[in-house]
Design a protein around this ligand. Structure first.
Ligand SMILES: Cc1cc2nc3c(=O)[nH]c(=O)nc-3n(C[C@H](O)[C@H](O)[C@H](O)COP(=O)(O)OP(=O)(O)OC[C@H]3O[C@@H](n4cnc5c(N)ncnc54)[C@H](O)[C@@H]3O)c2cc1C
Length: 383
């Protein structure tokens, strides 16, 4: 981490300070999107840090994106409203054509276009991405898309969506990872009868949706890279996604640890602060140690990513350790607060619900353990 990152963190802290707990509490109760917060981040250029300067961005690396997202969480805000723009971007930057980059990147950098939706998961395939059924059939200079996605977060608050669809059936390909293609869909241009977006109400305010495609027509030039190679494009972006989510989890853990520590010092029971009891201190201290270990692994993963080394092991381990650390800190924090941890006005229960997601999404802990077992330790593939 450099002085530049410290400066970014300071500036992000100042911006986040304008969106205090009450702002998030109200949105959470109403399940509303934090438009003002996302607009402010966009205007300040934080959501386009990965876009090269020639397309209007600041051309900073993943470490800058990680610093931004971590600080947002550490300040008690919620980057889940807009983090996808940072981790989806890689697919367009690495595999998009010059024409696609010129068409979309300047608009995204200027804050006129939002790239916030990532349509991968489907109800019947779940974690088994190569079993997706959404199909894009080439017809002249268009593709006709039919199928369904689930958990496509922020689709109602995005102009563009990176969509994964089969272009050859699984039964007809030699390798199951072949025959899957990636598209950039301009959702503003799709008639309602071709694409229906339905919100899913969840335990936290996440603006997730399910999307139904019925003969959705998209231009052939919406295809990113080569037809049939899309699974590989998405995979290369996943390390970045895991590192950024891990960074957010470290931020969450820091928020919980700060709140727990502050409360433990001020709350008096039996005539003394509860923080004088080791029973209160130790879970907080333990979660601090977990957070620090996760933070080091995130930094190592980001370093390898930026120097072009294979960071698959670090990205996966960082995501698991950080999600575990934030969950451990969340538990310590709610326990430290006793009954008040459950009261909305203390914000602990809200953050507790929010951070729980990262044990499951974007990849669950079991699948990370499977990755480590198979790809790091050389054990047999278990699924
Ligand atoms: C709020 C929210 C937002 C999301 N946003 C997006 C989004 O924007 N875009 C998108 O594409 N997806 C999104 N997702 C989907 C998310 O990535 C998936 O939920 C996640 O990958 C798990 O898939 P699944 O829910 O189908 O679980 P399943 O695949 O059905 O798995 C269920 C459980 O079984 C376990 N399991 C499955 N297979 C194995 C195995 N072989 N070994 C051991 N355990 C196994 C899993 O670990 C999990 O715990 C979101 C999900 C949520 C809840």
């Amino acid at each position: 981490m450099t002085d530049e990152h410290d400066m970014i963190r300071d500036e992000v802290r100042k911006l986040c300070a304008q969106y205090p707990d009450e702002y998030w509490r109200k949105l959470d109760a109403a399940r509303k999107y934090p438009s003002e917060f996302v607009d402010a981040l966009t205007k300040a250029g934080y959501l386009s840090v990965l876009i090269p300067e020639e397309f209007g961005g600041t051309g900073l690396g993943l470490s800058a994106a990680a610093a931004i997202l971590q600080t947002i969480q550490e300040m008690g805000c919620n980057g889940a409203a807009c983090h996808a723009q940072l981790y989806v971007m890689g697919t367009l930057l690495r595999h998009g054509s010059q024409q696609q980059k010129e068409k979309y990147l300047p608009g995204i950098a200027a804050g006129e276009l939002r790239l916030q939706a990532f349509g991968v998961t489907e109800p019947t395939s779940g974690t088994d991405t190569t079993s997706i059924r959404t199909f894009a059939r080439r017809e002249g200079d268009e593709y006709v898309v039919n199928g369904q996605k689930v958990w496509t977060s922020r689709a109602e608050h995005s102009d563009l969506m990176i969509l994964l669809a089969r272009t050859t059936k699984k039964e007809e390909v030699e390798k199951k990872t072949d025959g899957i293609s990636t598209f950039i869909v301009d959702m503003r241009k799709i008639p309602k009868e071709q694409m229906q977006i339905r919100p899913i109400r969840t335990m936290m305010n996440h603006n997730s949706t399910e999307i139904f495609f019925e003969n959705m027509r998209i231009p052939a030039d919406a295809l990113i890279g080569e037809e049939g190679k899309g699974f590989r494009y998405i995979l290369t972006g996943m390390n970045a996604e895991r590192l950024l989510i891990a960074s957010e989890c470290v931020g969450d853990a820091k928020w919980f640890i700060k709140r727990a520590t502050d409360y433990a010092k001020e709350r008096k029971v039996f005539g003394r602060s509860i923080g004088e009891n080791q029973g209160i201190q130790f879970p907080i201290a333990k979660s601090y140690a977990s957070m620090r270990a996760a933070e080091l692994m995130v930094n190592e993963g980001v370093r390898k990513y930026e120097t072009g080394e294979n960071c698959g092991e670090e990205a996966n381990i960082a995501k698991m350790l950080a999600a575990d650390a934030s969950w451990e800190a969340a538990n310590a924090c709610i326990q430290t607060h006793g009954g008040f941890g459950f009261a909305e006005e203390y914000d602990v229960e809200r953050k507790f619900r929010e951070t729980r997601l990262y044990q499951v999404a974007p990849i669950s802990t079991n699948l990370i353990l499977s990755f480590i077992a198979e790809h790091v330790l050389g054990l047999p593939r278990s699924y």
